[in-house]
Design a protein around this ligand. Structure first.
Ligand code: ATP
Ligand code: MG
Length: 473
């Protein structure tokens, strides 16, 4: 395997090696950086482990660099971090760890390189590159990490049950790496995740959320979510998503498995976008199907109102998963709430006013909503699929045509509340709202044109209905 290290990285590695030698410390690059470079992935974080004092090594190194970088020292962890050009380099002394059952924070003592490699989560994350004079650039690979990289395999260095019980976050990391890198998980390692699934409860919601984000950001997120499901982790960390699984049959009528459907939608949308929040919208678009499910003797299974209840559930889920409760959440909510609208339209005539309304409600997120809807077409029935696709294309061109005509994205009616208040010399009041709404609705319905003159005329007409007169002078 070829390791591709850039010239400025080689230069700093030499300097680190020389500095460490003067202190009498053997030093190595270890972990993620080595793995990523062997896989030709980019990475800016470099971890250096030395047999000695990591903070001292960082300090001594900093004097040799120009300009002298500032170092952040974390005494409690015995680590130091400095930035050099585009790199973030972290220094630590090699350590040996022992765990207590209640915590993923180990007791730590000084150790050898081997001790330090033993405490790593996967064989491919335990690879080290020597920075020492006698074997500079040599790869230290005690657990066949190089072979596992070739085999695209995730495997723990030690007995997997112990590795996962010590720090249950590693179970999520296994699944996350497998999704990110397209690797499989060694069967014994995988089985140990299932056995230790309940240990995940000692992991903080923030850490769980950060791994979920990485799974969702991976090229084919379903690969990760299916593993979360199979190992039993999903039902613990994300019960609402787990609840989508399964098919109920009544009078011989079933419905689709909404878990696998959702994952298909997520994969579909992921082919079109890296926008993580659009991916979240796909993951949550049918989240309220279980609580809205009913069986109707005439029409079979229904999920009426799942888009509305789904939007209501979004804040709770974001809170539980420590996701941001800001405009990103609002965006996800909006897409969940509107996800049926485009396809709903295509069933009947796609009237101008229906499309205008959709454009007005979706605003600048209309393109994302359309991507979500396209991704949501997963029917196995090819006739149905073709029909949906054709309708979708029709709607899309209609949107473009109307937008060109009306410029409805980010649209605001030509008469504002300000104008109404000035014209009639009144303050903020119910009347202002009534007139504004009447104008907006008339434009959206195509009763009047989207221009100032017609809107102004309607303003006067509506005002006179309310007994209001124009300000004199
Ligand atoms: P990424 O940066 O993509 O999250 P990474 O493997 O580089 O992946 P880091 O959190 O940067 O992960 O950690 C760097 C290295 O530290 C890892 O490669 C691994 O060797 C080790 N490591 C990190 N977290 C753990 C853990 N929970 N258990 C054991 N070793 C870990
Ligand atoms: Mg890293």
């Amino acid at each position: 395997m070829i390791i591709n290290i850039k010239p400025h990285e080689r230069e700093i590695f030499r300097t680190i090696g020389d500095t460490a030698a003067k202190l009498g410390y053997p030093a190595y690059v270890i972990g993620g950086f080595v793995r990523d470079r062997l896989l030709a992935r980019s990475s800016k974080d470099i971890d250096i482990v030395c047999i000695g004092d990591g903070i001292k090594l960082a300090e001594q190194l900093s004097y040799k660099l120009r300009p002298i970088p500032r170092i952040a020292i974390y005494k409690r962890f015995g680590t130091a971090m400095l930035k050099f050009k585009d790199l973030e380099i972290e220094f630590v002394g090699a350590r040996k760890e022992s765990y207590h059952f209640d915590s993923r924070k180990p007791a730590v003592e000084e150790g050898s390189l081997e001790d330090d490699q033993n405490r790593r989560d996967f064989t491919i994350n335990a690879l080290a590159i020597s920075l020492n004079e006698e074997d500079f650039g040599h790869i230290v690979d005690p657990f066949n990490g190089l072979i596992h990289l070739e085999q695209k395999l995730l495997k723990t260095p030690l007995e997997p049950g112990k590795t996962f019980s010590d720090d249950p976050l590693r179970m999520l990391r296994a699944i996350r790496f497998s999704a990110q890198l397209g690797f499989s998980i060694d069967p014994e390692t995988y089985a140990a995740i299932g056995r230790n699934r309940n240990r995940i409860k000692i992991i903080s919601a923030e850490r769980i959320s950060s791994e979920l984000q990485k799974i969702l950001a991976s090229p084919q997120p379903s690969a990760g979510f299916i593993k979360l499901f199979e190992t039993g982790l999903l039902s613990i960390i994300f019960p609402e998503l787990y609840a989508l699984h399964g098919v109920e049959i009544k009078n011989g009528v079933g419905h689709k498995d909404n878990f696998y459907h959702t994952l298909e939608v997520v994969d579909n949308v992921s082919k079109d976008t890296d926008n993580i929040w659009l991916r979240w919208a796909a993951l949550l678009h049918d989240i309220a199907k279980p609580p809205t499910k009913k069986f109707d003797e005439q029409i079979g299974w229904t999920f009426h109102g799942h888009e509305v209840l789904g939007a209501v559930m979004v804040p709770r889920i974001f809170k539980m998963l420590r996701l941001p409760l800001d405009h990103k959440m609002k965006y996800v909510q909006k897409l969940v709430r509107l996800h049926l609208r485009p396809i709903g339209l295509t069933k009947e005539e796609i009237t101008d006013s229906a499309v205008r309304r959709l454009l007005f409600e979706a605003g600048e997120d209309i393109d994302d909503l359309m991507l979500l809807c396209k991704a949501d077409i997963t029917s196995k029935n090819t006739d149905k699929k073709t029909r949906y696709r054709e309708n979708y294309a029709k709607l899309k061109s209609k949107i473009e045509e109307l937008e060109e005509r009306d410029k409805l994205r980010n649209w605001q009616p030509p008469i504002t509340g300000e104008i109404i208040m000035k014209t009639f010399n009144i303050g903020p009041s119910k009347e202002v709202g009534v007139i504004k709404t009447a104008i907006r609705e008339a434009i959206l319905d195509g009763i009047i044109g989207n221009n100032f003159e017609e809107a102004e005329a309607l303003m006067y007409a509506e005002a006179s209905k309310l007994g209001m007169k124009k300000k004199e002078g």
